[in-house]
Design a protein around this ligand. Structure first.
Ligand SMILES: [Zn+2]
Length: 78
């Protein structure tokens, strides 16, 4: 398993085995976010979806969710 320096926690940690999302953002997450921080985000994501009543299949909602994810994971600017 590859080890990366995580954009979120700053530690050298095991990377995800494959991109967790389709497209470019999935590759960015795989290269820059460790598996542990990704699983943390999955828990946060559930709360964001519930709080804002998001429908991830809706492209606008999905974009909003990706924005929140980038902010949480320290990926803004990518
Ligand atoms: Zn991390």
């Amino acid at each position: 398993m590859a080890v990366i320096t995580c954009a979120k926690c700053g530690a050298e940690s095991p990377a995800l085995e494959k991109p967790p999302l389709p497209g470019k953002i999935g590759l960015v997450v795989k290269e820059r976010v460790c598996a542990r921080c990704w699983s943390e985000w999955l828990g946060v994501q559930v709360r964001v979806i519930n709080e804002y009543r998001l429908v991830p299949a809706d492209p606008q909602h999905f974009d909003y969710l990706v924005g929140q994810m980038k902010q949480y994971l320290g990926l803004e600017g990518d």
